[in-house]
Ligand binder design. Structure first.
Ligand SMILES: Cc1cc2nc3c(=O)[nH]c(=O)nc-3n(C[C@H](O)[C@H](O)[C@H](O)COP(=O)(O)OP(=O)(O)OC[C@H]3O[C@@H](n4cnc5c(N)ncnc54)[C@H](O)[C@@H]3O)c2cc1C
Length: 439
């Protein structure tokens, strides 16, 4: 068995991946006294996209003891705006959210935040190893053996429980053939860091994230500490097919020229990083857990990042999964029930974000976000959703239900535009799937 005895355990829990999900999970389990090994195939600091955080996430940073470190790394985020076609905008400020979420969040350079979280896990006693890739796992009667590779050397490591936090690599999802493309939402993104991007006139310190829709998708402007700005465009497959040649920076500039409101912000801006692409967007694994294993964060599912939900969902799922693993290790008979509850709870939250995401570019949603009315506190409910409060707050959930009813009525009143939008989304998804099949 490649050096690992089937009778002994090298650790209680093996965590695959040292991103925000993996580091949070490892720290929480170590806080409860479990022996955790976390394996990360890259070396920190390493670039990662996903720089804008949500207020609801701050409680988890606090729980793992790094809120002050995050504050030192981050750039204050007070809200979000979604500019109209004429470039004018309305800001949704987190201090108007219902419930208890903090009135702010942060925007971060992920290489800095992820390294800080990884080191924090180590400080909590986690055996956190970099440049170590998990290649394959095999489950046995009471544990799991991971076959790993580090600096050209192969080894094996045996644990009682496996947590997959491998992000979009979906390590275990692929091995167990669980990954399913989300047919409702397909797109791809390009992004880079810029210097001298102008802020909006009423936001001199750059504390508001802007999410600008345009004909082929949407673009983000995320101010970072030190004055740089992360800019990205999430585009429909049909638009990306129009790209010619290999000059990514030129294609990015050409695309930004199509985004209402971008011209003013990008005038005088200088690109200071490579323009990166990522494709093949939304997916979910058919199952989230099984005997002695559990998936968290992007290793389970990935949603379009329009509401900056990814890091929060990774860390929140780690928080919830910690209860499952801790409970299952103490009382194995409870494992299935704990896993079932975990999957149900997580799916509800993901679906609440997903409902807004799928309709984000529809004419009706555009109109509702462009000119929000706080009838029955519905706008505040939407702000709570933007803050990440999508799981347990009954007041927020009731407001989101009213918003859905308003959306349905507005869609009926604009039936022709709604049908045209639905047809376009279906066409884009078919095109994406056809492109993937040809690759
Ligand atoms: C274009 C784009 C924009 C985004 N913008 C935002 C945003 O503004 N805000 C936000 O919150 N989210 C955003 N996201 C989503 C965010 O990037 C992810 O949701 C988040 O990083 C998920 O965290 P994670 O810990 O699950 O996975 P990751 O952060 O991806 O970490 C997984 C880690 O596992 C490691 N790994 C993988 N396979 C193995 C293996 N076999 N062995 C060992 N290690 C392995 C990887 O190297 C990686 O470090 C965006 C995503 C995209 C694509």
């Amino acid at each position: 068995m490649d050096g690992a005895s089937p009778r002994t355990f090298d650790c209680d829990v093996l965590v695959v991946g040292g991103g925000p999900g993996g580091s949070t999970m490892s720290t929480l389990l170590a806080q409860r006294g479990w022996r955790v090994t976390m394996l990360e195939k890259a070396r920190h600091p390493r670039f990662h996209i996903g720089e804008s955080l949500l207020p609801a996430n701050l409680a988890i940073f606090e729980e793992i003891g790094v809120l002050e470190k995050l504050r030192a790394l981050g750039h204050l985020k007070l809200g979000a705006d979604f500019p109209r076609d004429d470039g004018s905008y309305y800001t949704f400020r987190f201090d108007r959210a219902l419930g208890e979420t903090p009135p702010y969040a942060f925007q971060v350079k992920r290489e800095e935040m992820d390294r800080m979280l990884f080191e924090n896990a180590r400080e909590h006693g986690v055996d956190a190893r970099e440049a170590t890739k998990v290649e394959r796992v095999a489950f046995d009667a009471d544990g799991v053996v991971a076959h790993i590779e580090a600096a050209g050397t192969k080894a094996a490591l045996r644990a009682r429980y496996l947590v997959d936090a491998s992000g979009r690599d979906t390590f275990l999802g692929k091995q167990l053939k669980l990954v399913e493309r989300n047919g409702k939402h397909q797109s791809a993104a390009m992004f880079a860091h810029y210097r001298n991007v102008a802020h909006n006139p009423d936001d001199p310190d750059g504390n508001i994230i802007s999410v600008n829709r345009f004909a082929h998708g949407w673009a983000w402007f995320i101010p970072l500490r030190g004055g740089d700005t992360s800019v990205g465009c999430v585009c429909k497959p049909s638009y990306l097919k129009t790209r010619r040649g290999s000059d990514n920076a030129a294609f990015m500039a050409k695309t930004l020229a199509l985004v209402p409101g971008a011209e003013r912000r990008m005038e005088g801006a200088e690109c200071i990083s490579p323009v990166r692409f990522t494709g093949n967007y939304s997916y979910a694994c058919r199952r989230m857990a099984g005997p002695r294993w559990i998936l968290i964060g992007d290793a389970w599912a990935f949603l379009d990042p329009v509401f900056s939900s990814g890091v929060y969902l990774a860390m929140y799922s780690a928080r919830q999964a910690c209860e499952v693993v801790d409970g299952a290790l103490r009382e194995p008979a409870r494992e299935m029930a704990l896993q079932k509850r975990y999957a149900k709870h997580l799916r509800h939250g993901y679906r609440r974000f997903a409902w807004f995401i799928y309709r984000f570019n529809s004419p009706v949603m555009k109109a509702l976000f462009a000119d929000p009315r706080n009838v029955m506190q519905v706008e505040q409910g939407v702000i709570s959703m933007l803050a990440g409060d999508v799981f347990d707050n009954r007041l927020v959930l009731s407001k989101l239900r009213i918003f859905k009813a308003i959306y349905a009525i507005a869609s009926l009143l604009n039936l022709r535009r709604w049908v045209a939008d639905l047809a376009d989304r279906r066409r884009q998804n078919r095109m994406r799937i056809a492109t993937d099949a040809a690759e």
